[in-house]
Ligand binder design. Structure first.
Ligand SMILES: Nc1ncnc2c1ncn2[C@@H]1O[C@H](COP(=O)(O)OP(=O)(O)OP(=O)(O)O)[C@@H](O)[C@H]1O
Length: 303
């Protein structure tokens, strides 16, 4: 990597941003900061304000109050834009062009782009360069979109649902490429509905709901907001009987297995084993990011 003069301004920052569309208050005082070499996952239910936040950072829309900055500059400035790569859900890519032509065109906007061979290797485009974009499968098009996002050697990358429609192998390959970019110092803002994707890639997670950041921290910190344990087993005990025990919050049965959500595991497991000597397939796991996310957003709904 080239040595950069230390720059105190983070790659992306929203400061006390408000944005309304008529009566809809899409963002209500949002602060967000993404540092160099970091991956921030922005999570939220439909309509939470994620696209609006990204739109402001890309300079596609203007804030009603507060500021959006890229590298300390207004997002529309060319110097800021030339350091940014973008993979949005609405791609707007000319589908009569061949993949190689698309890459050449996009590379020409940047001062020091990657070679076509490097883009193809990083995005898994083997054998696709001479194909027309419009004739590719959805997953192949997604990989081309990723190649176009990274071809300018960006220091800041926006990835909006990057792995939607990719098979497991292609998803893992993309995750490897994203990790490589972050290790090289690129800052990445990721939105995803796959919480295991955020869990696998993010240093930090910001949960947005109703236009406000309702939680922010490392994956472990967000996970720790939910202390629950999930206990699974095959038992002769009924779901109703177990649901009445102290520390048990919820019990579900699929007809074969019970799934018990509890505040702590030990006491419930002891009680299960004491009550059913024939109990098998016991499994205890802590809540993941998905459960934490659901609990956080549900808590806001009922607040
Ligand atoms: N151009 C617009 N005109 C009017 N309302 C809009 C417009 N764009 C977004 N909204 C509204 O603003 C709110 C935030 O929308 P936004 O698209 O930012 O959410 P999101 O978190 O990206 O949702 P999704 O996960 O569904 O893409 C929603 O209530 C949405 O209906």
């Amino acid at each position: 990597m080239t040595a950069h003069v230390p720059n105190p301004s983070p790659p992306a920052r929203l400061r006390a941003v408000h944005k309304a569309y008529g009566p809809v208050r899409a963002l209500q005082g949002v602060d967000l900061e993404l540092g160099q070499g970091r991956l921030l996952a922005l999570l939220g239910p439909n309509g939470a304000g994620k696209s609006t936040a990204i739109g402001l950072l890309l300079g596609l829309q203007a804030a009603d109050a507060g500021r959006a900055e890229l590298f300390g500059r207004p997002p529309r400035e060319l110097a800021a834009r030339q350091q940014v790569g973008v993979m949005l859900q609405t791609a707007g890519i000319q589908d009569t062009l061949k993949v190689r032509e698309l890459l050449e065109l996009t590379r020409s906007y940047y001062p020091a782009p990657l070679s076509i061979a490097d883009c193809a290797a990083m995005a898994g485009l083997d054998g696709l360069l001479e194909r027309r974009y419009g004739k590719l499968s959805g997953g192949q098009q997604r990989r081309v979109q990723f190649a176009l996002a990274i071809c300018g050697r960006p220091r800041l990358l926006f990835l909006d649902e990057p792995t939607t429609g990719l098979d497991i192998e292609a998803r893992q390959a993309l995750w490897r490429a994203i990790r490589g970019l972050v290790a090289d110092g690129c800052a990445v803002l990721l939105t995803t509905h796959y919480l295991e994707e955020a869990e696998a890639l993010a240093d930090r997670v910001a949960v947005i709901d109703g236009g406000r950041i309702i939680a922010e921290g490392s994956v472990a910190e967000i996970r720790a907001r939910v202390v629950q344990r999930r206990i699974r087993c095959v038992t002769a005990l009924s779901a109703d009987a177990v649901a009445a025990w102290p520390q048990v919050r919820e019990v579900r049965s699929d007809g074969r297995q019970l799934e018990i959500i509890a505040d702590t595991a030990e006491q419930v497991v002891r009680q299960l084993l004491a009550a059913d000597a024939g109990l098998v397939e016991l499994e205890v796991r802590r809540a993941g990011l998905a459960e934490a996310f659901l609990e956080l957003t549900r808590a806001r709904e009922t607040a």
